[in-house]
Design a protein around this ligand. Structure first.
Ligand code: ZN
Length: 299
């Protein structure tokens, strides 16, 4: 099995902190394959955003959320189907109503098993967390938008359309001006492009740019990324600017008939020079390859 060079992908509830009134985040503290997790309360219900990787992480999140909720009703949602975000949902069965957008439900049903196998191959600590995963079926599925009333607080669930995956959704809490973006935004690192041809080519750099423009227009004060430090609207602009630059530099070279190898080499060097402090350099090649395959007219 592959060497896994990162810390154990374990959710640590001791790091939980209140971001706004009745709104808690369990930050990922920069740990790979741990997402930022949200717990959002109203007078009669509480919504959990993301499960963590596998059933044991999800049980930790569920216990924390159930204690926090007291006698309030529990809901669960996930920003997209990737394993560290959604592959713990089974732990919430019987305890919470699992609510997601239709495109994500389709991703989970059609690609969940392949992702389970792929992630289990990443290394022993990941495989251990994925042991016993049973892919959950959502209780409620919506098409494009859903307003969830938690009691005195309405949370907006919005499907963005294809970007980081086919089934991305963002969750906004208007009264607190907070937005959970899932992996549409990662702070302090190069955007994650799950471009794995021929198995998965759903990620779209072009659509992703459009989605970032739309999210910026809604201007939340606080942005909780899928991974990395919580920030402000600048995080949305950073991702949009990066993706636009990646697109432009890739397309200029592609259209001058440069070899793909040289495009990857040159654009990678340029992006690292632009963002020397960003991690996730392994996502540059998939990102450039994705954009090489994309044409504005196809989208
Ligand atoms: Zn993801």
């Amino acid at each position: 099995m592959a060497e896994y060079p990162y810390p154990e992908p374990v959710v640590r509830i001791t790091d939980a902190r209140e971001l706004a009134r009745d709104l808690v985040v369990i930050p990922n503290q920069g740990v790979q394959l741990v997402p930022n997790i949200g717990i959002i309360g109203g007078t009669h219900s509480v919504l959990v955003v993301e499960t963590g990787l596998g059933p044991r992480n999800a049980e930790t999140v569920l216990k924390f959320a159930a204690d926090y909720a007291g006698d309030r009703k529990l809901y669960l949602t996930t920003t997209h189907f990737h394993p560290e975000h959604a592959f713990g949902a089974q732990a919430f069965t019987e305890f919470a109503t699992y609510l997601i957008n239709r495109a994500q439900a389709t991703d989970l049903a059609t690609k969940g098993t392949a992702y389970l196998d792929m992630f289990a191959g990443l290394g022993e600590p990941v495989a251990r967390q994925l042991e016993g995963v049973k892919l959950a079926t959502p209780d409620v599925v919506y098409d494009n938008s859903y307003d969830l009333d938690l009691g005195g607080r309405v949370v907006q669930l919005r499907a963005t359309g294809r970007a980081h995956s086919k089934g991305d959704q963002v969750i906004t809490i208007p009264d607190a001006e907070v937005m959970f973006t899932g992996d549409l935004v990662e702070a302090g690192q190069f955007a994650i492009f799950p471009w794995f041809p021929p198995h998965d080519t759903d990620v779209s750099g072009i659509r992703w740019i459009t989605v970032m423009e739309q999210l910026s227009a809604t201007a939340p004060q606080v942005v909780v990324p899928g991974h990395g430090d919580i920030g402000d609207p600048q995080l949305l602009a950073d991702v949009r600017n990066y993706l636009q630059l990646l697109r432009d530099e890739t397309w200029i070279r592609r259209d001058s008939a440069m070899s793909k190898e040289t495009i990857i080499e040159e654009v990678t060097a340029l992006m690292i020079e632009r963002h020397p402090e960003w991690t996730g350099r392994e996502w540059l090649e998939p990102g450039i390859s994705c954009l090489c395959a994309e044409h504005a007219v196809d989208i």
